[in-house]
Design a protein around this ligand. Sequence first.
Ligand code: SIN
Ligand code: FE2
Length: 213
Amino acid sequence: MDLFDKTDEPQSLTLAEGAMLLRGFALREQTAILEDLHAVIALVPFRHMVTPGGFTMSVAMSNCGELGWVTDKKGYRYDAQDPVTGKPWPDMPASFITLAHKAAMQAGYADFKPDACLINRYQVGARMSLHQDKNERDFTQPIVSVSLGVVAVFQLGSFERAGKAVKLPLYHGDVLVWGGDSRLRYHGVLPLKMGYHPAFGEYRVNLTFRKAG
Ligand code: SIN
Ligand code: FE2
């Protein structure tokens, strides 16, 4: 056994000013996260939303928290209500809030108070093209992104869509935090390759925590 490779301690890696990868940061709390995720999804099942341009997204989405991210023919926005049911989104589970808060803290953002958690589900071939997260009001608050299930290749780009992007595999339990000088970096996910995870099957699920309102 190689004691230097198999450590239980999460590893942190600074990717750029304000952007940090916390390898395995969510693993310790994964049982509670998984249970709470199931409860949220039972209330708001994953759905493929339509972009303002009329394209159906390959990623299926759900939300919890005070605000949820939605897209339809009218545009992208945060909304306090689920447009399908007309009801508020499910509360953000305590396990989610704690994880997001701890990860932000570890990355140097002391008072992150997320009010939105977008839940993305990727099946084989699903992708997210390079974009900036800029529907939120306050760019001093970071984005905290938790990867679960099948590994995906994340792209962390620059401040222009055509700029260079670093490719980065994200494994089950990894947490990526970007804020500060990196808050408006372009980012995306390459088409998901076939894979298998005992708890998620062929899917990758990503939780992104934001302070949207
Ligand atoms: C996002 O950019 O909102 C999602 C990124 C991811 O799925 O890792
Ligand atoms: Fe994003």
